[in-house]
Write a protein that binds this ligand. Structure first.
Ligand code: ZN
Length: 172
């Protein structure tokens, strides 16, 4: 087997996955839908899973336990902030669980999640909803190919199961 047959930087990897938490509850799964495609080495998936997939081949099944530090991070209690409702479009309904993208100090996209809202205020959490969770991944590698130059430039895969560019897609 040559190095081109295994997962590594610059490969588009397609996989089926099931994610469960410490309590054994399924948080997310691709089993009843399309598999997920990601670009290896481009921070598309959490570091602990990416590391576990390194060097694997099509057909391989990988089960890995990922601590928060290698997953969605540890929870930062200072990450919860309450902001005025008027900072959001008035016609938009805002409910807990909504994800928005704001910008950090350097102008990079920064995701934020709504944890509560009333007429005057919106409470936001800069922690990922899975921050602080130990993650259990059960993953099977379905397909593997070299990334196209455009995909490497964008930092994500295109095509089936990959990134679809929409009209309001700022990242392109
Ligand atoms: Zn793209």
């Amino acid at each position: 087997m040559s190095a081109s047959d295994v997962v590594g930087a610059g490969k588009v990897v397609t996989l089926h996955y099931t994610l469960t938490n410490e309590a054994g509850e399924t948080l997310d799964s691709s089993q009843d839908s399309d598999p997920l495609a990601y670009l290896h080495g481009a921070d598309n998936i959490v570091p602990g899973l990416e590391t576990a997939l390194e060097g694997r081949s099509v057909g391989d099944r990988v089960t890995v336990t990922v601590p928060p530090e290698q997953g969605y991070g540890v929870r930062d209690d200072d990450g919860v902030q309450t902001v005025p409702r008027r900072m959001f479009p008035s016609e938009e309904e805002i409910v807990a669980g909504d994800e928005y993208v704001t910008k950090d100090e350097d102008g990079n996209p920064l995701p934020v999640w709504v944890v509560g809202a009333d007429e005057e205020t919106v409470t936001l959490d800069f922690n990922h909803p899975l921050a602080g969770e130990t993650l259990h991944f059960d993953v099977t590698v379905v397909a593997l190919r070299e990334a196209a130059p455009e995909e490497l430039e964008h930092g994500h895969p295109h095509g089936p199961h990959g990134h679809v560019h929409g009209e309001d897609d700022e990242l392109s």
